[in-house]
Design a protein around this ligand. Structure first.
Ligand SMILES: [Zn+2]
Length: 302
């Protein structure tokens, strides 16, 4: 056989191999697991750090592929103070470095630096709003692929009148459209976001200030969800409310709020929810989850 003929055969074989790999990615046999943990509220407190060590040991014992968060990693930086903010983000990074698999973090309201009126910096500071999160954890919205699934981490937080609000800005919407244009219609998609897109929380606990319980957490949520109409949006993983639920909408998309690593109320007892996180098992394009209570039964002193 000529050298040219051999090259043709090798190229054909490589083409076949690539095709087989692509097929395998979408086959029913792909199995993996991951952790979704939200509302960690880490702070310099011996009790909180001892609970974190239990959390990390529990996750490391599970042999998951990766960890995804739902935001509010640190508690908190909304009132500014670069020194305190630096120490909290450094603490968070030191802790997640002990987790043996990649950790993908999500922007929460408690990571919005210096947004409150009593803050010691203003909006011209480089760490303002998203700046400190970016400095430590990178862009607050991004996507990645894992074993045939597409994961999108959104930043649903913005600021108006020195308060945080729920909104996805125009720049991120343009990015999201581009990102989804690359995703095949048959690929299972997961979104993680701090504020809930859909939740039963206010039906169970109506707002004490009398505000409208049907008002969406994210003002342009319908516009965002519309972008997924042609895609297999399997689940939206949410945080913020320290509330555990799985709202299955039309047996198509599960809106799952993941309780809280810090429990509810945060680090002060377990009256409304034990400290925990979600363990997901994925097989093909199906999934199941369970809530893992990792914490001790004790409470922080303050
Ligand atoms: Zn929050």
């Amino acid at each position: 056989m000529s050298a040219f003929g051999k090259i043709i055969i090798v190229l054909f074989f490589c083409g076949f191999m690539l095709d087989a790999n692509a097929q395998r990615d979408l086959s029913e046999k792909q199995e993996y697991s991951f952790v979704f943990m939200t509302d960690l509220h880490i702070k310099h407190d011996p009790f909180v750090l001892s609970e974190f060590s239990r959390l990390i040991d529990t996750i490391n014992s599970m042999k998951v592929d990766f960890v995804l968060t739902g935001g509010d990693q640190v508690f908190d930086v909304m009132r500014g103070n670069v020194k305190k903010g630096d120490s909290l983000f450094t603490l968070y990074k030191e802790q997640i470095a002990k987790i043996k698999v990649p950790v993908h973090s999500c922007m929460g309201n408690h990571e919005l630096f210096g947004i409150y009126p009593e803050s010691d910096i203003d909006s011209t500071h480089s760490d303002y709003k998203y700046g400190m999160f970016k400095r430590y954890l990178g862009n607050p919205y991004y996507s990645f692929n894992h074993k045939g699934w597409h994961f999108i981490v959104l930043n649903v937080l913005d600021v108006a009148n020195k308060k945080y609000i729920g909104r996805v800005d125009e720049k991120q919407i343009a990015w999201l459209k581009q990102d989804l244009a690359q995703v095949d219609a048959g690929t299972p998609v997961v979104v993680a976001a701090h504020l809930p897109f859909v939740s039963s929380f206010y039906q169970v606990y109506p707002p004490k200030d009398g505000s409208d319980k049907d008002r969406p957490w994210i003002s342009n949520r319908n516009e965002i969800l519309q972008l997924f109409k042609q895609h297999q949006l399997k689940m939206v993983l949410q945080g913020h409310t320290h509330w555990l639920e799985d709202v299955n909408v039309e047996n198509r998309t599960h809106f799952i709020t993941g309780g809280a690593v810090a429990g509810r109320p945060s680090w002060r007892g377990n009256n409304h929810g034990q400290r925990g996180f979600l363990l997901f098992s994925v097989k093909g394009d199906t999934f199941s989850w369970k809530f893992i209570e990792y914490g001790s039964k004790k409470s922080a002193v303050n």
